[in-house]
Design a protein around this ligand. Structure first.
Ligand SMILES: Cc1cc2nc3c(=O)[nH]c(=O)nc-3n(C[C@H](O)[C@H](O)[C@H](O)COP(=O)(O)OP(=O)(O)OC[C@H]3O[C@@H](n4cnc5c(N)ncnc54)[C@H](O)[C@@H]3O)c2cc1C
Length: 713
């Protein structure tokens, strides 16, 4: 369960941001990754070289993962905004696949529930029991997606999603978490990047139920995955490697990692090497040090998190730990992570669906039997709304996860959909937890309640597999990227070009213009005229004018169509009546987002490399609208009770969209950004008086800060 940040900036790049920069060597280093990430170039052009370097490195890894996936069709989300409307068959394909998927994990789910009912699923200290693991391993749950030739079940991810959801819905979310880690990134990384020998060695072990973890996060690094500091050195004696993950290079919060488990460890090749590798190894059966007669140190201790309590979650210390040569995966470790994350995100959504059904079932039982003020709780509107939220969140998470899985199987680029699927599922799961607490009241906090046991997991779902807001910003960049590069890059290149003096050297940072506003016209008339003249010489500017004219015309032509009732339009006739209006509205709003993105770019210009609030807001709007589209299609394939849930959830989502104005909210966002900047500055400088006089609690897992490291040399 990981959270690397992919691409944070969505601003297009100027044509050559480093051409005349005296800091060019640095800037070039920051932006000359193979992918020459446009976001990274824009950051460099805006003078933020540190972010440019980080983003460029991560973008490279993401790009290589995408190339390996080799997608045949453009992302669905991009087409919903910029293309012709995708066919209803495509939009329904997830629901169809969900309905026709065989529940191959049913036997494992039944065994697990039987174990739970016998009181054997958890140990006295609340951990998953050996009996439970053995029971589901016998049904090949740990090898669910491992091909039969390696001893697995040979199941599909769609089928695994059904199993994950059922386990979570029945109070066995912890087992679902364990299986998801084992299969999406454990077996998944070996299947995609392992050699035949590696597959033959490790996959049968996974299939029989041996745990596999993936260790990327360190005490010193989190979301900035490319900065891992654990490293390997060649071991001349064995021909293999020695792993150094000591001090704040310790691997932290590693799910499924325990003594004797398999683990894929992400580590730099050579202490100061640029390459980040991935090494599959088996952890020693116990903590060891030179006092035990070995020439290395190894410790695996619980990481002490409240989430994933029943699972293994560890901090791993290694110094000079031998790694077999055969364990090296021939790929960049972060690329492997990006490749596997898409499945991890879909499985998280399936689990979120299950958790929300569990909340709903417990809340419904309580509300149907408990007398509140003026009758049973279930008779009142607000508890009903809360129940609707839980059911709606469950259906939304399920619909998104199955459409994503189907799209992946059909070779459609998952950019956008995989991200919003995860974010929507994690957000709705947390909202459902709160809704459940409102209905059940005090008992939801009982130490024995499964709602209570799930609480920390619902919070952590928003952090692992990509922190929600960061991945939403990455999604905006991905789905708007082609438009941005084609129509806006030249425009912003012009702004960057006026930030250089007559000798081609960049102007001082305080004179740098990140955006041209009417005020700049008076303050810097010469540079504004210069920019205007250059703009007219840019082919992409004229392309943009044509795009505006063409698309504006198209909107005009479409305008009378708005008067047609949905019942007359074949696309919506297929849907149950209550869902038609909602789907039509969401599709229309999604198309309008092309104008919102243009407006945001024209307003913020290069400043958009720093303006996270508008990017996150746009990302959230896309998430809600795509969810409505997917829910309508999914709901239309279900019974009437689910159609009613879908209609309610869509209405709630559209109300959220209304509260997130984009073009009409530009000034409001400016005000908000200014206020945020002011408060943030105070906090950064330690000048916030509300914080004065209170000693912060020392952090768990303390790490060396960058200045401390520099001082140490
Ligand atoms: C229960 C649990 C299980 C986990 N399992 C695994 C595992 O199996 N394997 C593994 O490798 N890792 C695992 N992780 C690690 C998890 O992926 C990390 O928590 C995650 O990478 C975030 O790292 P961090 O907590 O150190 O946050 P940091 O990297 O310190 O970031 C702190 C905050 O700053 C934000 N932030 C950082 N940069 C920016 C920016 N440019 N703009 C805006 N916001 C920014 C982040 O979003 C975050 O909210 C697990 C964590 C937990 C809690």
């Amino acid at each position: 369960m990981f959270a690397p940040v992919s691409t944070l900036s969505s601003t297009p790049s100027p044509p050559d941001p480093v051409a005349s920069d005296p800091s060019a060597p640095d800037a070039r280093a920051a932006t000359t990754g193979e992918s020459a990430s446009t976001a990274a170039k824009a950051l460099a052009a805006a003078g933020d070289l540190e972010s440019a370097r980080d983003v460029s490195a991560l973008d490279d890894a993401a790009l290589h993962a995408a190339q390996r996936l080799g997608r045949k069709q453009r992302s669905l989300v991009e087409r919903l905004i910029y293309g012709w409307l995708p066919s209803t068959e495509e939009l329904r394909s997830g629901a169809v696949a969900h309905q026709s998927a065989t529940h191959r994990g049913q036997a494992a789910v039944e065994q697990a529930i039987a174990c739970l009912q016998r009181g054997e699923a958890f140990t006295a200290d609340g951990k998953l029991s050996a009996a439970l693991r053995a029971a589901v391993a016998a049904e090949k749950a740990y090898g669910f997606t491992v091909p039969a030739e390696f001893g697995g079940l040979g199941g599909r991810y769609q089928e695994l999603a059904l199993t994950e959801e059922e386990l979570a819905a029945n109070g066995l979310g912890a087992l679902a978490v364990e299986l998801s880690g084992e299969l999406t990134i454990g077996a998944g990384s070996l299947l995609a990047y392992g050699t035949d020998a590696q597959k033959r060695t490790f996959l049968p072990l996974i299939a029989e139920g041996q745990l596999m973890a993936f260790g990327l996060t360190e005490v010193g690094i989190g979301v900035n995955a490319k900065k891992v500091r654990a490293y390997v050195e060649p071991d001349a004696a064995s021909g293999g490697f020695r792993l150094f993950a000591d001090g704040d290079r310790n691997k932290l919060w590693i799910t499924n990692a325990t003594h004797g488990a398999l683990v894929g460890i992400v580590a730099r090749i050579g202490k100061d090497g640029r390459q980040v590798g991935l090494f599959v190894t088996r952890l020693p059966e116990r903590d060891l040090s030179p006092a035990d007669g070995v020439d290395f140190e190894f410790r695996c201790t619980p990481s002490g998190v409240d989430a994933f309590q029943p699972n293994f979650n560890s901090r791993i210390h290694c110094k000079n730990l031998p790694i077999d040569k055969g364990g090296q995966i021939q790929a960049d470790g972060v690329e492997v992570l990006f490749y596997c994350l898409r499945m991890g995100r879909c499985m998280l959504a399936a689990m979120a669906a299950g958790y929300q059904r569990m909340f709903a079932v417990d809340a419904a039982q309580y509300a149907r039997t408990r007398e509140g003020v003026g009758g049973l709780v279930v008779r009142h509107e607000l508890p009903r709304l809360a129940l609707g939220r839980m059911l709606g969140g469950a259906l939304q998470s399920r619909a998104l996860s199955h459409l994503s899985l189907q799209q992946d199987q059909q070779g459609v680029d998952l950019a956008g959909l995989r991200d919003l699927t995860k974010s929507a599922a994690a957000t709705s799961a947390l909202e459902s937890l709160v809704a459940c607490e409102r209905v059940i009241g005090g008992r939801a906090f009982d130490r024995t309640s499964r709602v209570s046991a799930a609480r920390a997991n619902m919070h952590v779902f928003g952090v692992v597999e990509g922190e929600d807001d960061l991945i939403l910003m990455g999604m905006v960049k991905d789905v708007t990227g082609p438009f941005t590069d084609r129509y806006l890059a030249g425009l912003l290149g012009v702004i960057q070009s006026i930030n250089t003096d007559a000798d081609g050297k960049p102007v001082a940072a305080e004179q740098r213009l990140l955006r041209i506003t009417p005020r700049t016209l008076f303050a810097e008339p010469r540079r504004v005229w210069q920019a205007t003249a250059r703009l007219f010489g840019q082919p992409s500017f004229w392309r943009l004018c044509l795009w505006i004219a063409g698309n504006g015309l198209l909107e005009l032509v479409r305008l009378p169509g708005l008067l047609l009732p949905s019942a007359w339009i074949p696309r919506y006739q297929l849907l149950p009546v209550p869902l038609r209006r909602l789907l039509r509205k969401a599709e229309r709003r999604l198309r309008w987002l092309r104008w919102a993105w243009l407006g945001i770019n024209l307003w913020f210009q290069l400043e958009l490399t720093r303006a996270q609030i508008p990017l996150q807001r746009l990302g959230k709007v896309i998430e809600h609208l795509v969810s409505v589209v997917v829910l309508c299609h999914h709901g239309s394939h279900q019974d009437q009770s689910q159609q009613r849930v879908a209609a309610l959830q869509c209405e709630l989502l559209l109300q959220k969209v209304k509260a997130l104005p984009l073009l009409l909210g530009l000034r409001q966002m400016e005000r908000l950004r200014a206020l945020v900047a002011a408060v943030g500055r105070d906090v950064e400088r330690g000048e916030s008086s509300l914080l004065a006089g209170i000693t912060p609690q020392p952090l768990a897992h303390p790490f060396e800060t960058a200045p401390q490291r520099e001082r140490r040399g």
